[in-house]
Design a protein around this ligand. Structure first.
Ligand code: RFL
Ligand code: PHB
Length: 389
């Protein structure tokens, strides 16, 4: 099999890139390890920047997003003592859209075959060869037989645990990493949300987040120590803890219900530089991870592939390599700003085991500053809404 661009991974990065290339008449094939149903069963991001929703509009794939997406003009930071509303619309003239990653992925998957984007699901043992040449090869196993995909470029959109980043020889790249001693336990339930906006809450028991997928489906998270067992958290214990952490004003508005999904996600900040080695490019979680506090992961995947698609179109249409050479630096400039924001919001809103009374006072002072400073609120709002491409 031959194509222009072989993409590994059918998450948001791979699917968006595939569609952008097909829209420009460039051939692309996506090779995905899991089944489509498995990819759609992963409950992840919920908040889209306008850079991401604009991309779906540009692709003409925003029909359901425009109907079902919830426009949010603000969100809340609370610490029990007070709730600070970050008025994104008033401070920046922008907004974010609440639309689940599952739904965005479904829209991209459903449109793939109509647009000539081939996705090969359940492809096992993907391996990269000759990435330092202009004829890289991807081998894998599918339906019990060995398969080969030849292309001009391979793009690794295969997430943090994928094979593409690992195919880059040691010494050809550099890793920057921060692992947090806690994770998020998420619960999804078909109950109305406790508020029409998201609430990020800092509490002495730990962080909590009240989010949603629709007017009838809620998504909540609580900070839990690394190593926590999901079995130790039956639904009632989670609801009780959410009521405590979200505070007495919000607690009466929480509607409890049976979990339709529960999972634990570790928190990590991670960047791999550069995002290119020879004919291999990396995009999305394959190259970087942010803790979910800033709602940036999926949005960064979308900005990476916007830059990369532009550069690949330049290469295939005009034979120009300059944009491909600039891709890694261009993407990393935006990535590091989102890394900074996600780290800072995580630091502000979570309990760290090493924190003492001093750190607690600093946190209170910072929240107090944010509550009383339009400048501080604007900084948070413009980062949350998404920095320009
Ligand atoms: P993905 O989504 O991990 O997709 C990678 C795909 O590659 C496949 N794969 C392979 N395929 C073939 N061969 C191999 N060897 C392969 N290895 C892996 C995988 O099966 C998969 O289908 O990466 P991508 O596309 O870069 O997208 C990144 C986003 O998924 C991620 O950044 C976000 O979910 C992060 N995130 C959030 N981002 C936001 O922008 N806003 C949010 O509100 C938000 N909330 C979250 C989040 C992530 C969370 N978790 C679970 C980590 C909330 C949570 C709890
Ligand atoms: C979510 O709804 O899953 C969500 C929302 C905001 C975040 C992270 C996750 O910061």
């Amino acid at each position: 099999m031959k194509t222009d661009v072989a993409i590994v991974g059918a998450g948001p990065a791979g699917l968006l890139l595939g569609h952008l290339l097909r829209a420009a008449g460039i051939d692309a094939v996506i090779v995905e390890r899991q089944s489509a149903a498995h990819v759609l069963s992963r409950i992840r991001a919920g908040v889209l920047e306008t850079t991401t929703t604009d991309l779906m509009s540009q692709l003409g794939l925003d029909h359901r997003l425009n109907i079902e997406g919830l426009r949010h003009d603000g969100f809340h930071l609370s610490d029990g003592a007070r709730s600070i509303r970050i008025d994104i619309a008033a401070l920046t003239g922008r907004h974010v859209t609440v639309y689940g990653q599952t739904e965005l992925t479904r829209d991209l998957m459903d449109a793939a075959s109509k647009r000539g984007l081939e996705i090969l699901y359940e492809a096992a043992d993907a391996a990269l060869h000759d990435i330092e040449t202009s004829t890289p090869r991807l081998t894998f196993r599918r339906d019990g037989s060995a398969a080969l995909l030849e292309s001009r470029f391979i793009v690794g959109c295969d997430g943090f645990h994928g094979v593409c980043r690992r195919a880059i020889p040691a010494g050809a790249g550099r890793t920057f990493e921060k692992v947090y001693p806690f994770g998020w336990l998420g619960i999804l339930a078909d109950v109305p949300p406790c508020d029409h906006e998201l609430i990020y809450a800092s509490h002495t028991n730990g962080f909590a987040l009240a989010s949603m997928r629709s007017e009838t489906r809620s998504r909540y998270y609580i900070q839990i120590p690394s190593g926590t067992n999901l079995e130790d958290w039956p639904d009632d214990r989670i609801w009780d803890e959410l009521a405590v952490r979200l505070g007495p004003d919000v607690a009466p508005r929480i509607t409890r219900g049976a979990a339709i999904e529960k999972s634990i996600a570790p928190l990590r900040s991670f960047v791999f530089e550069p995002m290119r080695h020879g004919s291999l490019f990396l995009a999305g979680d394959a190259a970087h991870i942010v803790p979910p506090t800033g709602a940036k992961g999926l949005n960064l995947a979308a900005s990476d592939v916007t830059y990369l698609a532009d550069a690949l179109v330049d290469f295939f249409r005009q034979g120009r390599e300059a944009s491909l050479k600039a891709y890694s630096d261009r993407a990393l400039a935006r990535i590091w700003k989102s890394e900074r924001f996600s780290w800072a919001l995580t630091r502000l809103m979570h309990n760290f085991p090493e924190d003492g009374d001093f750190d607690q006072r600093i946190r209170i002072a910072e929240l107090d500053y944010i509550a009383n400073s339009i400048a501080a609120q604007t900084t948070i709002a413009e980062n949350y809404a998404g920095l320009p491409l």
